[in-house]
Design a protein around this ligand. Structure first.
Ligand code: SF4
Length: 593
């Protein structure tokens, strides 16, 4: 059947063997690919109570039916696993080139299980799999390793971990194509726990498309829409995602100094405009992307991709630092060591607050740009202060007796948007299945940017319906797997139409949203099975009780409780946040229980 390659590759690192078998096509129709298919497979493969860093956990790499077809942003892929940071279900996705190349090897899914008794790297050339000894690569950083293993953007692509993953930091990323990251929730530590240093892919299979004429037409139409949207044709290409820095600061929703304030006096100095004027070398893009939000920037010490908005914020406003070169260098260092920039920045900010309040004995202080690089090095190697910070802010703050100072939800550090200035964003963080995250749906569009339409960001009543729609849409896009920025320029109906053209199966917009809802509910079931409850749908006390004393969000805290009640009802769950039998039947999920 066109659309899927219909093949699963399963690798057992304990025995260094592999097998291939057909993809369950009924499952594929229901969950499409990427995040959805990964979640469905994880449900069967990793049962309750499994230690995420044990050989019983798995890494499930998935692409989707659109991957590698050339449709706008069809470069992405996912990894699904049980998170060592949060204990929740985790999927992280990444752009670049690796996902397209992985699809060309002829597999929809690669499951990696077990644990090698010594460091190993895997080479997949078309259908052939080779295990290589990686003893001499263990300890290498990401940039040098990527080059050594032969990265060649369109022909051979490298995915690997750096020292942070090897040292089982629970905020370690898996890196691909040198500077792209499967960042959140610690998948790099899972890879490290398996003694797996890298996966290199080379392929030649071209994905099949059923209705080529319709596909070409939709490609043309989508390109036209992206060119007409100010966000995808001007803001993102001209300033990258850091364009959001001044915007979020102006509305009083830029988390600052570990969320102690909602505006940063140094925002202008770390803005997209400043980055473009003084540090930008050129723009770049992932494979098959006409938007090109990627920035190549340069300081006296480094040149490379980024930093994106969230990384600039994490080392900037969140740490009270207005030194853009130091932020660019901190971002590059995290990429080279294989670390999640959001969690690293927010964990350092948490340590700064703990230290300033004398809860922790360290020299870390807000505003100290010179402390960034040595602290990041220490995290990746678990040395000195890094031993405390390597497992994220919640474990750190708990150790020092103040868990409330971790700006996380379900243990995952939240990104830049302070929800006291965006009520919907607060609900979104609290209910996100992988913890505090802006990629499980993002209310910045409707609450701040007016995309597709501006709504009152402080309004509470009725907000849950927007959040639910955005969460379901995000889950559908993640299952295709496309870049969410396309959603700023291309209407949702295109996703269903292009999927129909590629697969020959008729999908409507309603079907796509239902896929998203199915995935969301399945992830919820997974977390419930792991022992999470409605008590975990919450936010740090600071966001619920401490209102900013000045700025546009003055006087506001997140009104979580009424929004949550409405949210559970809107989701068709009971008052404890448990999906009802009726809802599960509607989504073809009752068979799992
Ligand atoms: S918009 Fe940016 S992140 Fe998304 S595919 Fe394009 S270059 Fe990559």
């Amino acid at each position: 059947m066109a659309g899927w390659s219909e093949k699963v590759l399963e690798i057992d690192l304990s025995t260094q063997t592999y097998k291939t078998y057909p993809l369950d096509m009924d499952m594929a129709r229901l969950y499409i690919g990427g995040r959805g298919l990964g979640a469905r497979l994880l449900w069967d493969l990793v049962g309750p109570g499994v230690d995420p860093l044990s050989p019983e956990n798995v890494l499930i790499f998935t692409n989707g039916p659109l991957t590698g077809t050339g449709y706008q942003t069809s470069n992405r892929f996912s990894v699904t696993t049980k998170s060592p940071l949060t204990g929740t279900i985790l999927d992280a996705n990444s752009g670049g080139f690796w996902g397209m190349q992985f699809r060309k090897t002829g597999y929809d899914v690669m499951i990696v299980r077990g644990k090698s008794d010594k460091p190993v790297w895997i080479e997949i050339k078309n259908a052939a799999i080779t295990f290589h000894d990686a003893s001499d690569l263990w300890g290498m950083r990401v940039f040098a390793l990527t080059e050594k293993l032969g990265q060649n953007n369109n022909k051979r692509n490298v995915l690997c971990i750096g020292p942070a993953g090897e040292n089982l930091s629970r905020i370690a990323a898996i890196m691909n194509d040198r500077e792209r990251a499967l960042a959140r929730g610690g998948p790099g530590a899972v890879m490290g726990s398996k003694n797996l240093k890298a996966i290199v892919v080379e392929g030649k299979d071209r994905p099949e498309i059923v209705d080529k004429d319709q596909f070409k037409f939709l490609l043309y139409e989508a390109r036209k829409s992206l060119a007409q949207s100010p966000l995808t044709s001007q803001a993102l290409p001209e300033f990258g995602t850091v364009v959001l820095m001044n915007i979020m600061n102006n509305v009083g929703a830029l988390a600052t100094r570990n969320h102690q304030q909602t505006q940063f006096e140094g925002a202008e100095a770390i803005s997209g405009e400043e980055l473009t004027d003084n540090y930008l070398v050129r723009n770049a893009s992932c494979w098959a992307c006409p938007i090109g939000c990627t920035r190549i920037s340069r300081t006296e010490k480094v040149e490379g991709e980024g930093p994106e908005f969230e990384s600039t914020w994490a080392f900037g406003a969140q740490c009270g630092i207005a030194d853009l070169p130091a932020i660019i260098e901190a971002n590059a260092l995290c990429n080279d060591l294989g670390l999640d920039t959001i969690s690293v920045g927010s964990t350092i900010a948490c340590a700064m607050e703990l230290s300033e309040k004398n809860f922790m004995d360290s020299e870390l202080r807000f505003g100290r740009a010179d402390q960034l690089a040595p602290t990041i090095e220490a995290i990746a190697t678990r040395s000195d202060i890094g031993a405390d910070l390597a497992d994220g802010s919640l474990r750190l703050a708990t150790k020092y007796g103040h868990p409330e100072l971790s700006m996380s939800s379900k243990g995952l550090e939240m990104p830049a948007y302070d929800p006291r200035g965006m009520q919907g964003q607060g609900l979104l963080y609290a209910t996100s299945n992988r913890g505090g995250c802006h990629m499980r749906g993002n209310m910045v569009g409707p609450e701040v940017l007016g995309a597709p339409k501006l709504i009152d960001r402080f309004q509470v009543q009725g907000k849950s319906s927007f959040v639910i729609l955005h969460q379901n849409t995000a889950a559908a896009i993640d299952s295709l797997v496309l870049c969410k920025f396309t959603n700023y320029g291309v209407a949702e109906e295109y996703f269903a139409r292009v999927l129909s053209a590629v697969t020959g199966i008729k999908y409507s917009t309603g079907d796509m949203i239902k896929v998203g809802e199915r995935v969301w509910n399945l992830e919820r079931l997974y977390n419930l099975r792991e022992g999470f409850t409605n008590k975990d749908d919450t936010l740090p006390p600071r966001l619920l009780n401490e209102a900013p004393t000045d700025g546009p969000s003055k006087g506001w805290v997140v009104q979580l409780e009424p929004m949550l009640k409405e949210y559970y009802r809107g989701r068709g769950w009971d008052e404890n946040g448990i999906p009802t039998k009726k809802k599960l039947a509607e989504l073809d999920l009752e068979v799992l229980l």
